[in-house]
Design a protein around this ligand. Structure first.
Ligand code: GTB
Length: 216
């Protein structure tokens, strides 16, 4: 059975590949697994049918043969565990790659999302400009540490893995800010990830949704 995922009917990022169906699409493309997409509106996400799949009323979700999953990382991990290509064969290498997936979402992503949400939700507050340097310093600390670990390696731990897929996805959220300017190896790492043919196919697929809706 072909798995079905959900994605925004009308993504607020206007097809720039920042919504979280993107890493799931990328994982499918990396392993050569076809997938279907059900587009959902913001309203439908909060209704019982979708809440039964995703208790927080968000995308993405994953359904296949009666298995329903939510949380991007869990979905990518499931795809990686059930197909070849995104996790090393040896148990230790697999464990380390999964560790990098967690590092992406639980160590790198929180300060990045914090700054992003403050930009949407707190920009009008008197204290926003005072808080911004603190938030950016927290991100810089993590970038410095990650940059030191990556060094001049191509990927985080040997060959490309689901850990890199998640890490590149998270780091991409800094595109358009100046925060990556001081970390050329991380900028190159993101560029290597997003140049992968599987990434390009996934990007084109989510972009096509935006183009269809905007009539371009
Ligand atoms: N932890 C969950 C996961 O990883 O699956 C988080 C899922 C999530 O944040 N989903 C967002 C959502 O459904 C879409 S991706 N939001 C609707 C809601 O909560 O009501 C996050 C996102 C949204 C928009 C942009 N953008 O415009 O650039 C980028 C990322």
């Amino acid at each position: 059975m072909t798995p079905t995922i959900t994605a925004f009917e009308n993504s607020p990022d206007r097809g720039r590949g920042f919504a979280r169906d993107m890493p799931v699409r990328w994982a499918f493309e990396e392993v050569g697994q076809p997938y279907d997409v059900r587009l959902v509106s913001l309203k439908a996400m909060k209704e019982p049918a979708h809440l039964a799949l995703q208790p927080f009323g968000q995308i993405p979700t994953y359904e296949e043969n009666g298995l329903c999953l939510f949380e991007t990382g869990a979905i990518v991990l499931h795809i990686a565990q059930t197909h070849e290509g995104l996790l090393p064969i040896d148990a230790a290498g697999r464990a380390r790659a999964i560790g990098w997936m967690f590092a992406a979402v639980s160590t790198m992503e929180p300060p990045i999302v914090e700054r992003e949400s403050a930009g949407y939700l707190e920009r009008g507050e008197s204290w926003h400009d005072q808080r911004l340097p603190l938030m950016e310093e927290r991100i810089r600390t993590r970038l410095l540490q990650l940059s030191a670990r990556l060094g001049d390696a191509e990927w985080l731990d040997g060959g490309f893995s689901a850990g890199d897929l998640m890490m590149v996805t998270v780091l991409r959220r800094l595109e358009g800010s100046k925060l990556l300017d001081a970390f050329q190896n991380l900028a190159d790492y993101i560029a290597r990830g997003t140049a992968r043919p599987a990434y390009r196919r996934a990007f084109a697929a989510q972009r096509a949704v935006f183009e269809a809706i905007s009539g371009r």
